[in-house]
Design a protein around this ligand. Sequence first.
Ligand SMILES: CC(C)(COP(=O)(O)OP(=O)(O)OC[C@H]1O[C@@H](n2cnc3c(N)ncnc32)[C@H](O)[C@@H]1OP(=O)(O)O)[C@@H](O)C(=O)NCCC(=O)NCCS
Length: 252
Amino acid sequence: MHPSDPQVTVSTLLERPDLVDALWELGDLWPAFMLHDPIADLYYDRCTRLFPDLVLVAEDPRTPGTVVARGFAVPFAARSTPLPDEGWDAVIRWGIEDLVDGRTSTHASALEITIRPEFRGGGLAARMIAAMRRAAEQQGVAALVAPVRPSAKHLEPHVPMDDYADRVRSDGLPVDPWLRTHVRVGGRIERVAPRSMTIVGSLDDWRGWTGVRFDRSGPVEVDRALVPVIVDLERDRAIYVEPNVWVSHPID
Ligand SMILES: CC(C)(COP(=O)(O)OP(=O)(O)OC[C@H]1O[C@@H](n2cnc3c(N)ncnc32)[C@H](O)[C@@H]1OP(=O)(O)O)[C@@H](O)C(=O)NCCC(=O)NCCS
């Protein structure tokens, strides 16, 4: 079966609560350093309880009970803008604050879509975005937004994200594959979120996460990082500030 086969079902966790454990067994598909954004646990530790209608699970009927792709989104009330500079970190904070304070959501933000490598390149990604848009629509919000992590940006860590996000092919679609998929299904590139995720650690933390020696101060390239990590030997710390690209998906 090709991954784009419509028999691969995409559901919300509310519809498929039986997949709650399988959701976390997708595999180690993220670089280790990406798992150390301190904001992340605010969402991931409670999303299956608080937002099961915005958590997506894709199941291959050949392997029932196994999740082959997953998606996460958070509802939030827009402040002065629904597209903050602190992208991913900001919408998680806002979403949890809103829940505590009882504020009505105006938007939903996608936080992650991850697909098993053998299921990539066959249209499942577009179906996941469409399913996320439907899930947001059910919440009655005005738009689905996404601080997108362009999937080929790590190959050019020194190119400014503004320049990278502006690059288009001769058909007018973005050069970056993941941005291209978002635009192809109706998304609009709005702006760069320059400080979407901030990950700070001691040099030993970073050595453990990456295997890099970090023996000089300044910008250091790290595998699968979208921009260099900034190292400060004297103060024993390194900081990674990941820019993402805000994309909006209007809802009918
Ligand atoms: C980002 C991600 C969800 C995209 O899924 P995908 O299946 O690659 O997406 P698409 O099928 O829409 O492919 C996008 C483009 O890349 C191409 N592509 C994807 N996988 C490919 C492969 N293995 N070989 C060649 N081309 C490939 C597709 O053909 C498509 O190109 P086109 O627009 O010219 O047709 C997936 O790569 C993934 O899970 N990555 C790891 C997690 C991640 O980074 N998530 C995004 C941030 S939240």
